[in-house]
Design a protein around this ligand. Sequence first.
Ligand code: FAD
Ligand code: NAD
Length: 152
Amino acid sequence: MDDRLFRTAMSKFATGVTVITTEVEGDVHGMTANAFMSVSLDPKLILISIGNKAKMKGFIERSGVFAVNLLSYAQENVSKQFAGQINDKTAAQFTEFAGLPVIDQALANIACDVYDSSVQGDHTLFIGKVRDIVVTDADPLTFYSGKYGMIS
Ligand code: FAD
Ligand code: NAD
């Protein structure tokens, strides 16, 4: 099957946008991801899917922890920065939450310990056991058909 057909079909599944953050030896790293889902209530587990060539994969394997930051509509440039689409180091401010670097002003910051991981094709699935969560009230950034948008 053609890659374009697969991507086009997947792009018809409207999602929010997250930035995954972690820290290794004092270096904070962020990466934009929309492959995120809730997995289990007891225990509280979530899942992310990270490309095997992404630097984030090695960072999470080394740190054993990551945070999922759900972006608000005002944070399109944050998504672009952590997808390498712009170069603006001031696009996002980090704060510390539950021992992890998180993105300020996100809809939610979900701090996790790696619970399990599994290489599947050209991606690695990381299951996170939720350590703590903070939620704020704002409209979400959405991603659909390759374009950013908002729910009004
Ligand atoms: P890099 O490419 O080196 O880092 C990403 C960018 O973040 C770079 O521009 C870097 O300068 C910047 N950055 C990193 N840390 C900091 C910091 N501390 N301060 C400021 N800037 C920093 N890929 C997946 O594997 N899974 C997904 O679910 C996924 N979803 C995506 C959804 C969307 C909407 C988009 C646009 C992209 C998605 N990607 C996904 C692709 C992924 O975001 C890119 O391939 C990304 O560049 C991979 O990052 P990396 O870890 O290899 O590191
Ligand atoms: P796109 O048309 O490349 O992506 C549309 C949809 O296809 C995405 O929402 C995702 O569900 C899927 N997809 C895209 N690349 C994938 C990959 N390598 N592995 C598995 N699923 C993938 O949208 P775009 O706006 O051109 O994306 C910008 C960049 O971000 C592209 O380089 C794309 O590959 C990357 N991206 C990667 C993933 C991912 O790895 N899961 C997800 C979204 C975007």
